[in-house]
Design a protein around this ligand. Sequence first.
Ligand SMILES: [Zn+2]
Length: 587
Amino acid sequence: MPDNFDSQLTYRLSIPEPENHLLEVELAIANWQNDILNLKLPVWTPGSYLVREYAKNLQDFIAIDELGNLLEWQKISKNHWQINCQDRLTNQESILGITIRYRIFGNELTVRTSHIDSTHAFLTGASVFMYVAEPHQLRQQPYTVEIVNLKENWQVGTALPTVPNRSNTFYAKDFDTLVDSPLEIGLQERYEFDVLDKKHRFIVWGQHNADMERMVRDTSAIVAVESEMFGGLPYDRYDFILHAGNGYGGLEHKDCTVLLYNRLGFRKEESYLQFMNLVAHEFFHTWNVKRIRPKALEKFDYDQENYTGSLWFSEGTTSYYDQIFPLRAKLYNAKHYLKLVSKGLTRLQTTFGRNVQSLHESSFDTWIKLYRPDANTHNNQISYYLKGEMVSMLLDLLIRHKTNNLRSLDRVMQIMWERFGKDETGFEEAELHQVIENVAGMDLSNFWKDYLYGTKELDYNYYLEPFGLELRNSRQDFPFIGMTLKAKSAIAEVEKVEIGSPAQKAGISSGDLVLAINEIRVTAENFNDRLRDFSAHEAIAVTIFQQDLLKTVKVTLQEPIASHFELAQITNASPNQEINLQMWLNI
Ligand SMILES: [Zn+2]
């Protein structure tokens, strides 16, 4: 923190009528000397790799000088405003004070958008704050943010430090920090706790059924085990901003995270533990991706997509550890852990897209695919979160086995932190691979070729065998048709159809309404059960509405397919296998 909090750039925010979901933004720019002022609003926010076009929610833009005269401006592109300062500068003075005003509409409750209502205003930096595009050094200048006319009982929760002796005024050392520090303004509960002498807070918006004492205790345990891996905590203070609402999500920031969870999802044990996986995931990003960043994310380009093939590590490895750390923190046992992995394996191994899209491609194309799922997604994509998690698990097992449990994937994380994270130097893909190969003590070019750049089926059992584990699967107890129905639709609506399946060959498509099998009505609820009345290779008549046309198609059913996968312990494990498993999962 500097001694002097004066900044050339000051934001003033107010929410006079939160019911209309509008935020009033004022940006004061002091000492402006250029003829032209170029302002831009980010099109995406780091951590969520989709161009979200935040500018669509911006309205009522004006620019005025210090005397209150309107300045001329024009739009250059969807997120670019250009203000003409030339007349004012030549006619009167050489230095100008400019005030920009605009309003932002926010009524989307997710972790990466803004949401304003009568109880709070959650502000995502990228959706609210413009930056001065030229000179681009201004992105490195400090900003102050003042929240004015705050409603009674409303508080401001943010990871930004406060400016001393000025109420509700905060300081960001540069634009990246401003964007990386969401503001939770409104009615809120606060729970403060210390871990390793650092202050942590839960800032909670919304009614919920959580036992906050337990949540604070378990979160402290997760913070402690994660910091142990990296040898300390890289921040002064950390906030967990929790939105207890309707939905699911998390977004990482350097000194805080935003979590969205079902407000009534905290009582049931399994659902509570799933929330703790989310906490462990977002908190692990404090290191992996917020500080250990792929080269393409070293300096954010807020104007367009930032392409990287390394999200399998930034997100997938984080997903692997989000299940490992609660185990190490003793929130659950190895049996629960294996159950979680089995669930993930079932999802991956029943997704046809794993044969089509490589892990690397999934990461690179996230901007157009992962964040834009549709009815064909399962046929041509896999998630880099999910496959990245499994590949990370296999790498951990490989390193442990090859080094006789002397090293593990933890060592990879530690070296990545030392070499790239501490100084925030972006890593190249080849550098990441080299670190992993050095830790494993072996060449992994075939591993990358098959599992990262290729779509070869992961050879689970090869990696599991030294740990006395194996992959088992079980088949559906009804013939395979290859289509799933939307669970909640009144009339059975086809959600997705598997490529090459009996349903697809018969011409059934997503969006079709299924009315009957062999002239007897079916519903979304009894559809699979009805299939049990038939055997594989039997032909059935399926009646559908397709684009409003009534049709009956002949579908020839096939043998049931594997639908459930499980990581199971083998019987008669050798002492070596038992030791390895013990070292890995503390069984
Ligand atoms: Zn993540």
